[in-house]
Design a protein around this ligand. Structure first.
Ligand code: EPU
Length: 338
């Protein structure tokens, strides 16, 4: 095991804020991970597991060890005429895995094209976009318990998925490191184009019977047009979750703001588009120093160059306060804050 000291996190997190970790190490197999977790140095300090670094914000230096998962590889487990079970290791880039499937006409993940980050990060927050969530295609997750170092499999049901939520963010938070994710995909795909902006874009392009590749390309087009590329402007995608509120509360808000953007949610609830709420509070495109709210999607906070993690966090605090004041709704951060 090689432990790097005083390691800059700027290039391995997509917010690109200038922060340092006391130590940093990488593993490329479960055996290496076991070695790391049993070493006396690592046992004596806090650690954070990082995949693609695309859903984290460090508000200061980290006085512990950052462990990065770099286990790669994709493997077909079984298949028949209709479906295929594929296992992807946690360190694979998510979008590379999507392209692997799209190029072979395996259906199910095409709506999740271009999401930054690694395969292993996907189940933690049940990544979702354009009408599909990871839970819709996930078969099982393999993870190592950080205390016993044993490897356990979680079925889809055992992952207890919810909107941007899973057992790995709740009951088992911090207890497991995901090693691989297995998917059940279809060979005779019926594409899902139920999401408004996706069906509109396909229609605008004159595509009436979209293939998996059409859906993937269209999602890539929409995402590229309104979500900033983290390689160019630091960001971590949606900074907040879309708030889910009881219908009575929703009715109260809709009476005052009839044009509010929202989605259906679990029975008795409505999911509000946080981007809309933030835009209505006048934040869209605003900038405080080098921290800002993206001009095309108010749900995304950006680092124009030299914003510190603390400045971005403070901006998010101001946004939460103004949405609360105007709408009485409490926004929750989706990005992991350290
Ligand atoms: N809207 C505004 N102003 C904005 C942004 C959005 O009025 O600045 C309105 C849009 O006009 C639309 C509605 O809000 O009516 C929804 O917008 P959009 O389709 O962009 O989706 P979203 O709810 O803002 C969610 C996910 C995204 C995902 C998209 C597409 C969350 C927290 N975010 O955003 O996920 O790509 O749907 O499915 O659920 C991410 O998690 O990092 C992420 C980018």
């Amino acid at each position: 095991m090689k432990l790097f000291q005083n390691y800059p996190l700027q290039d391995i997190t997509t917010f690109h804020a200038k922060v340092f970790a006391k130590y940093y190490t990488v593993f490329s197999s479960p055996e290496f991970l076991r070695q790391i977790l049993s070493s006396t140095e690592v046992k004596s300090m806090p650690f954070i597991l990082l995949g693609g670094g695309s859903n984290v914000l460090f508000t200061g230096d980290f006085n512990g060890v950052i462990i990065r998962n770099a286990i790669e590889g994709i493997e077909v487990i079984s298949q028949d005429d209709n479906s295929i079970i594929i296992k992807a290791n946690a360190g694979e880039k998510w979008h590379d895995f999507v392209l692997y499937c799209v190029n072979r006409n395996y259906g199910g993940v095409e709506n999740l094209s271009l999401i930054p980050g690694t395969v292993g990060a996907g189940p933690i927050q049940n990544i979702g976009a354009y009408g599909v969530e990871l839970k819709d295609v996930l078969y099982e997750v393999e993870a190592m318990n950080i205390h016993t170092l044993e490897i356990r499999k979680f079925t889809n049901a055992e992952c207890k998925f919810g909107y941007r939520d899973s057992i790995f963010k709740n009951v088992e938070k911090g207890n497991y490191i995901i090693l691989s994710v297995t998917f059940k995909l279809t060979k005779n795909a019926k594409v899902n184009v139920s999401y408004g902006s996706l069906s509109k874009e396909l229609e605008a392009m004159g595509i009436t019977n979209p293939t998996i590749k059409d859906v993937s390309n269209t999602v890539i087009k929409i995402r590229s047009s309104k979500l900033p590329d983290p390689d160019k402007i630091g960001n971590a995608g949606s900074f907040f979750k879309n708030p889910v509120i009881p219908n009575e509360e929703f009715d109260r808000i809709k009476e005052i703001h009839p044009d509010i953007a929202y989605f259906p949610a679990t029975t008795g609830h409505t999911k509000l588009a946080a981007g809309w709420l933030i835009e209505q509070c006048g934040w869209k495109g605003r900038r405080i120093g080098d921290a800002g709210v993206h001009k095309d999607q108010a749900l995304v906070l950006v680092n124009y160059a030299n914003a510190t993690g603390k400045e971005i966090y403070e901006l998010s605090t101001q946004i939460i306060a103004s949405v609360k004041e105007k709408f009485g709704v409490e926004l929750e951060r989706e990005v992991n804050i350290f």
